[in-house]
Design a protein around this ligand. Sequence first.
Ligand code: ADP
Length: 260
Amino acid sequence: LEAQFLRVQRTESIGLLAGGVAHDINNVLLPIMASTELLEPMATSPETKQFLASIRSSAQHGAALVRQLLAFARGAVGQHTDVMLRPLLEDFVGFVNQTFPRSISVSLAPGEAPWAVRGDATQLKQVLMNLCINARDAMPEGGRITLHVTNTLVNEVEAARLREIKPGPHVVIEVADTGSGMSPAVLERIFDPFFTTKEVGKGTGLGLAAVRGIVKGHNGTIAVESWPGRGTNFKIYLPALTGAVKPAAAAPDARTRPGA
Ligand code: ADP
C-alpha cells in the first residue's frame, strides 16, 4: 500500500512540474511554427522548402507533446457537459477506421442505450484516441480493436478493489485489442509519466499518464488486463448520469469481468 501511495505522490509531483514547463515550451514553439509557415511560400529552392517543412513538423510534434503533458497535468480541468457516449463512440470509431491502416479493424459492440456521463467530450475522445493508438502500435501485423460500452452497478467490494471510485452506477468503456499484450513488469509501469517501450521518436510515455489524468478528472478510474501474445483490455469506469440509467440496464453485465 505504501509503495502505491509513494508512486501516486511521485506521479502527481511530476504532473505539476510538467504542467509548469509545458506552458513555457508552448511559448517557444508557437513562434517557430508561425514563422516557418510564413517562410515556406517564400522558399526558392526545394531544399529550403524541405528544411522549413521539417522544422515546422518537429515544432508541431513538440506542440502535440505539450498538449498531452497539459492534459495529464490538469486532467481535472475541462468543459463538463452531459455527454452521450454512444453517438460519441460511433463517430470516433468511424474516424479511427478512416485513419488507421486497413489491417486493423475497429468496431463498436452493439448496444441500445446512449450511456450518458458528465464530462468533457474532447478529453474523452483524447482518452479513446490514446488507447487506440497504443492498440494499433501493439498490432504491427494487424488485428482487431473492439470497443464496448456497458452500464454496471459497482458495489462496495468492487469499488474497494478498483480504488478511486465510489459504489454506484457506472458506465464502463472497454477498449480491447488482439495485440502483443504486456509482461507483468511492463504492466506495472504503464501509467508512469515518460514510461515507454517504444523506440525514440515514436513513444513519449505520456499517453497513458494523460489518460489517467483525464479519467481521474472525471471521477473515474481505469483498470487493465493483459495477456502476453494475445492482447490487452482497458476498462474505463465513469460515474453514470443517474437520470439516464434505466433500472434494468443497471444490473452487472456478464461481459464485465473485474480488471487487474
Ligand atoms: P507511449 O505510447 O508513448 O509509449 P503510453 O503511456 O501511452 O506511452 O504507453 C506506455 C507503454 O505501455 C507503451 O510504450 C507500451 O509498452 C505499453 N502499452 C500501452 N498500451 C498497450 C497495448 N494496448 N498493448 C501493449 N502494450 C501497451
